[in-house]
Ligand binder design. Structure first.
Ligand code: R5P
Length: 297
């Protein structure tokens, strides 16, 4: 197995290789004056299983293009199998056509990866596991969606959040709260979240919870602008929650997301290293390495 960290995941790719006890072979990467990427694989892949590790957090489009280039090159150079590990897969929130003519970006990306020569795609906490499965049924590529929430919850437990109430900011993410609850040992639930048809603004209804004086942890797949998480944290604090942890797998933290969440009253912000930030206290390297080990013994 040849581990090939892409330009966006040099560190995580190196950690995955470390967990597997093999060398990492990062691609050589330069940027041409006009902004195009130059990439070169630095290890022979003919007859090998090539594992390309590339997250696709902003700048998404550049990183996706690099992913397609590395995948296509590994296939072209005769890799027996190409596995794309994309810890954060961008565009997974654009998975349904609400208005005539809208693009289904998730389908297009999976299609392009398959066309480039990927045999398997491993992602962590994709926005909608159902959409990913639906897309997978239309393609030959194998798609796996692993969850880092148990790891986040373990970390929170070590920090004293054992028994905390686990919450998801909307019903679509309730499985994350359930996973968190299994580790923390408290109740789990979700908020009602609706996007207003007129303004596009998010409306969040906070049901009465048995939370007064108790700790809570909110689990979400992504923190982007921080609006969703801030609303959830504020709702819990308003109901008398004691400590509230804001935990996510993918910390995009666009604009003043951190300030919004802190001002809402979060006592702790926690994320994984699918997107490397100062909040990335939990690594997904072992989770990915274990999965790779079971696919490629
Ligand atoms: C949406 O359903 C996702 O699970 C996240 O809750 C959302 O994308 C977070 O975005 P933001 O941080 O901008 O509210």
């Amino acid at each position: 197995m040849i581990i090939i960290p892409g330009p966006a995941s040099r560190e995580l790719g190196g950690s995955i290789a470390g967990e597997l006890g093999v060398d990492a072979h990062p691609v050589e990467h330069r940027v041409f004056p006009d902004g195009e990427s130059y990439l070169r694989l630095t290890a022979p892949v003919e007859g090998e299983t090539a594992v390309i590790v590339q997250t696709t957090s902003p700048p998404q489009d550049t990183r996706l293009m690099q992913l397609f280039m590395m995948t296509g090159t590994a296939a072209d150079l005769g890799a027996e199998k190409v596995i794309c590990v994309v810890p954060y897969l961008a565009y997974t929130r654009q998975d349904k056509r609400f208005l005539e003519g809208e693009t289904l970006s998730l389908d297009i990306i999976v299609n392009l990866l398959e066309e480039a020569g990927a045999d398997d795609l491993i992602v962590i906490d994709a926005h909608s596991a159902d959409s990913l499965q639906r897309v997978q049924r239309r393609h030959r590529i194998g798609v796996e969606n692993l969850s880092a929430v148990p790891l986040l919850a373990e970390h929170l437990k070590e920090l004293g959040y054992g028994g905390a109430y686990s919450l998801a900011p909307d019903m679509g993410a309730v499985h994350l709260a359930e996973l968190g609850g299994e580790v923390l040992g408290g109740d789990f639930g979700f908020f009602e979240k609706r996007r207003s048809r007129g303004t596009g603004e998010i409306e969040m209804t906070v049901r009465e919870l048995d939370i007064r004086g108790r700790d809570a942890a909110v689990f979400d797949d992504i923190i982007s602008s921080g609006g969703t998480m801030a609303r959830a944290v504020a709702g819990l604090k308003a109901q008398g929650a004691r400590q509230v942890a804001a935990a996510c797998t993918h910390a995009l933290f666009v604009g003043d997301a951190e300030r919004r969440i802190r001002e809402a009253g979060a006592d702790l912000i926690l994320a994984t290293d699918t997107v490397a930030t100062k909040f990335s206290q939990v690594s997904v390297a072992r989770l990915i390495a274990e999965r790779l080990r079971s696919i490629v013994p």
